[in-house]
Design a protein around this ligand. Sequence first.
Ligand code: SF4
Ligand code: SF4
Ligand SMILES: [Zn+2]
Length: 442
Amino acid sequence: MVLKKTQSLCPVCLERIDAEIVEEEEGVYLTKTCINHGNFKTALWKGSGDSFLIWDRDSENGGGPGGDLSKIRKGCPYDCGPCLVHTGGICVALVEVTHRCNMKCPICFASSPKDPASEPDIETIKHRYKIILKTGATPPLQLSGGEPTLRDDLPEIVAAAKDLGFEMIQINTNGLRLAEDRGYLSKLKENGVKVLYLQFDGVTDDVYRAIRGVPLADTKIKVIENCSNVGLGVVLVPTIVPGINDRQIGRIVQFAKQWMPVVRGVHFQPISYFGRYPQAPTDTERITLPEVLNALEKQTDGEVRVSDFKPRRSKDAHCAFAGFFVLGDDGALVSAFSPEVRVTAKSAPAVAVRNFLETYWSPVPKRCSCQPCLCEMDSVPDELLNWVQGHSLTISGMPFQDVWNIDLERLAGCCIHVVTDERLVPFCAYYLTSISGKRLYN
Ligand code: SF4
Ligand code: SF4
Ligand SMILES: [Zn+2]
């Protein structure tokens, strides 16, 4: 049964082609045909068609103020800027500060033929900040790479963003340097970094050996300890690869809980396929959003439940899920949205906490709807702010789209943008590659 007609891209020639989202017995698939390169079919949602449609039920435009930085010439996805018809707003702006990296992960979405020496200087980076400001917004800013901590001047890059008015400055990192160099970490914090997005694929070395090629479990713990010492929050970012770490989803949540309050959240990213591939990834090499949600419930023995998670507020809600939890007095996570929320900690009045959560997090966060953050907390009384920061954990996830499963309607609702020297490009368009590794952008 056809659930939706949309458009997608041919994985070979990157031409825009018609596509259908169809329900079959085993799940929901995206199917498409290029007249030159044949038929393609990819699993989108290993769950029922009903659950696919229900997830989208409350969708609406969202993601904060948008922009209109590019003219429409060839149509979506070739005119990103964002262009006039983009519906997604800007809830995170990502600036690549280097192409260098101290790891060689086979699954890296940023891997590219770019010359590592062609690193943007600080003036170019400031110029990119100003491109974001042209949209009239100062969204949460992620400094990314490559590995941004390879730059000795990263603290100055952070300070420059702060001077321009960016408040929620985040660093995407593998943590290698931050495990060893606490002085550098302190400087980042002093200069304005609010949260680290730490690559964190699991709690055991075999997972890191399989995904990253080296054992890193102790390194990750060292980073978190250092962050705890300097007072910097961490969001754990696991890339979930079927057959490798999908059985650790519950253990990652338990690990995060054990390290609260320095760990503020977990942001799961089901693996997507960017880069050069000799053949199409099979559906068993994919894990889809309902599978991650079911694993969360099953592997935590129901401590977090599928019903605790909300879709992203967006024209198409299939890009993300988020749940916001507080630590109950019995040491269990409780959804802040559940009717029976049991916020009974003595240090903060339950009603005030509930009101706070409803204001900022109901039913999904109003601004940073993809990656919940605490960026609107300035107006909250300090006592309550401290309580919430010390007792809350966000669990969220985003299945990025690749050339095999991309739905251009969904892309037009994207609110995570990579900033170039002229424009803002939705993340999944920016990193998208054809089967031979050719990129749409850069
Ligand atoms: S992805 Fe958005 S900004 Fe890019 S071309 Fe499509 S609608 Fe325009
Ligand atoms: S980055 Fe990709 S998955 Fe995330 S919101 Fe944008 S289009 Fe959706
Ligand atoms: Zn083609």
